[in-house]
Design a protein. Structure first.
Length: 625
């Protein structure tokens, strides 16, 4: 399932032919909305420059056969001749079976835009020739093998064959089986089985290159003085697109530079939903296009997110096609001919497909939540040693030891105290690192402050308490938990400051010299330690610890006070105490849901229409957590 596989001309096999199997397969059209969106995404991806280059490169491979380099690699790795292998590009047959591609006997069928799966499917031919493939299921009368072990092997060996230029070393003793009776393919059932099922959401922010953007606007200037007829005549085009609630609506459009529009609509920007297609939303995020996949109501397989990404690309295509009809650089669109505030947008569809994506996911498992908290904190404390924001690093040993030490100080039966301490320690360290106290979070806190931890906490801290407790929470056991932790608060705060000081000494923080005035660092101990790793003041770690405590307290982040704020939020079952590290609001969890949400702050670069790196990041994050 790797990219860069060469591509041949379109499939020339008769469309009415069926796979050789235990039964015939009647041709049918998959009319599911998800499949339609997937086909549209495939068509757009098939038109991309990268895929076109693949088709051009494949022209020399000879009609029907494997590309020479891949053929030689597979033969050398397997000892099996690939002379009989035949590849059918742009084949309609995988879709008939709900697959992206499949291999059977000596034939490989690749659906439109699925050329990247060729190495994977080539290795399936090897597995079948070796006699290791038997039917595990029947689908539409076709014998199918969906063994997960064989699928993973095909991933690994196919990628190796694609990346390695090997000389052919055939044994000559084994050949492909013509007309094999068992089929292997990239089926949704397999894809979902080998990837974690999770509740997740996705935000894709389009680049603002070439002025690309969307802005909520309201009438201003001379609009109010125009007659109803003049207002209606100002709109030159219409398009049927959904509104913010998903209802199909006739939108009115006009050139923003036209005499009737110029100066009559304006806005300062904000966050709002403009249009909605099912669980996909097109929103404004302070002047930028932000496409959102909302969290499903329950855990779903990984292909759900693949299909939703396809739906985003299809929706974006619909919007841009409608706007193109106006023939203007910037267009005002409105839900009626005399819009009020919140009913109109100024859109500039800049010539760019670049974007970045973020993923949010929910964990209902204590071990997973704890891991995400500790690994997120490790990322912040070890930032100078971590290549980039997209890196998902294992928990630092010092972080794990501090969490364990703090948890051991509090003895409360039936509570995962390490989970609670992982949250509290992470919250206080984050405040110290960016010098923002609990009451300064929320609203317009700059993104770079959130990104100190790659995995940013999105839920109210009380969700940590609910998840950590074995018994249902009551005022009695919550009070006991609060009292036990508060009784050890001074020692736990010392643990936190010691951890931070040790990382300050060995890793250095990213504070600017401008923070270090005479009042905040009178002895210069802190500033001196930041000049390089391993530099301690004359008094050693105790002196550095005192300097650190005084410095962050001077800047409004007193560790003891911020620990108390975080603890108050953890034990606040009403969800109102909020002096903690947070975004504009907390994630919502219905009923007795004990989940805790995280936002992946990596902001992975991606591009329309394929959004391939976004799907890869979804897999990476959801399979790790």
């Amino acid at each position: 399932m790797k990219a860069n596989a060469p591509v041949h001309a379109p499939d020339t096999v008769r469309p009415d032919a069926v796979p050789a199997a235990h039964g015939a397969v009647a041709a049918f059209e998959d009319r599911r909305p998800a499949a339609a969106a997937q086909r549209q995404l495939m068509q757009m991806a098939g038109a991309s420059a990268r895929v076109q280059r693949q088709r051009d490169l494949a022209a020399s491979a000879g009609s029907g056969g494997l590309p020479p380099a891949l053929k030689s690699s597979v033969e050398a790795m397997s000892g099996i001749s690939m002379d009989a292998a035949r590849v059918h590009y742009n084949s309609a047959r995988p879709a008939q079976l709900g697959a992206l591609a499949y291999a059977q006997g000596s034939d490989i069928h690749l659906g439109p835009g699925q050329e990247r799966h060729l190495p994977h499917e080539a290795w399936h031919l090897v597995q079948q020739a070796q006699g290791r493939v038997t039917a595990t299921m029947q689908q539409k009368g076709v014998a199918i093998n969906d063994d997960q072990g064989l699928e993973r092997e095909a991933d690994v060996m196919g990628a190796r064959a694609q990346s390695t230029q090997l000389a052919s070393e055939r044994t000559g003793g084994v050949t492909l089986a013509h007309g094999g009776r068992v089929l292997q393919g990239l089926f949704d059932s397999v894809e979902n089985a080998i990837n974690n099922k999770r509740k997740a959401g996705v935000e894709i922010t389009e680049a603002n290159a070439a002025g690309n953007g969307i802005l909520a606007v309201a009438p201003q200037g001379g609009w109010a003085g125009m007659t109803a007829l003049a207002k209606a005549a100002a709109w030159t085009h219409t398009a049927n697109l959904p509104d913010a609630n998903g209802a199909l609506t006739q939108w009115h459009m006009a050139d923003a530079a036209s005499a009737a529009m110029a100066g009559n609509f304006g806005g300062a920007g904000g966050k709002s939903v403009a249009m909605q297609w099912g669980s996909v939303q097109m929103t404004e995020d302070y002047g930028e296009f932000e496409w959102i996949i909302r969290h499903p109501s329950t855990v779903v397989g990984i292909t759900h997110y693949r299909d939703e990404l396809a739906a985003i690309s299809a929706a974006r295509g619909d919007v841009r096609a409608a706007l193109a009809g106006v023939g203007a650089a910037s267009i005002v669109i409105a839900r009626n001919t005399d819009p009020a505030a919140g009913e109109a947008y100024l859109i500039t569809p800049g010539a760019t497909n670049a974007a970045s994506s973020q993923i949010t996911f929910e964990s209902t498992d204590r071990a997973v939540t704890k891991r995400a908290l500790m690994e997120g904190l490790s990322h912040g404390l070890d930032r100078r040693n971590i290549p980039n924001r997209a890196s998902l690093a294992d928990a630092d040993a010092d972080v794990a030891n501090t969490v364990a030490t703090a948890a051991a100080r509090v003895a409360v039966a039936g509570v995962d105290m390490e989970l609670i301490m992982a949250y509290l320690i992470g919250d206080v360290c984050h405040k110290m690192a960016v010098l923002i106290p609990g009451n300064g979070w929320g609203g317009a806190v700059a993104a770079n402050f959130k990104q100190w931890r790659t995995l940013f906490p999105k839920s109210h801290p009380s969700q940590i308490m609910f998840q950590a407790m074995d018994a249902p929470p009551t005022q009695t056991n919550i009070g006991a938990l609060n009292g036990a932790i508060a009784g050890q608060a001074a020692a736990i705060v010392d643990d936190i400051v010691d951890l931070f000081a040790s990382k300050l000494w060995t890793m250095r923080m990213e504070w600017s010299p401008g923070h270090f005035d005479a009042a905040s660092d009178p002895a210069g101990d802190l500033f001196g330690s930041l000049q390089g790793p391993g530099i301690l003041p004359a008094g050693g770690m105790p002196a550095l610890r005192v300097a650190l405590d005084g410095f962050v307290t001077y800047h409004g982040v007193a560790p003891a006070a911020e620990f108390a704020n975080a603890l108050a939020a953890v034990v606040d079952y009403t969800g109102t105490a909020a002096d903690v590290v947070k975004s504009t609001g907390f994630a919502t969890h219905s009923g007795s849901n004990k989940g805790f949400a995280f936002e992946d702050r990596a902001e992975v670069a991606t591009d329309f229409p394929g959004l391939a790196t976004t799907y890869a990041r979804i897999k990476e994050v959801l399979n790790r957590y």
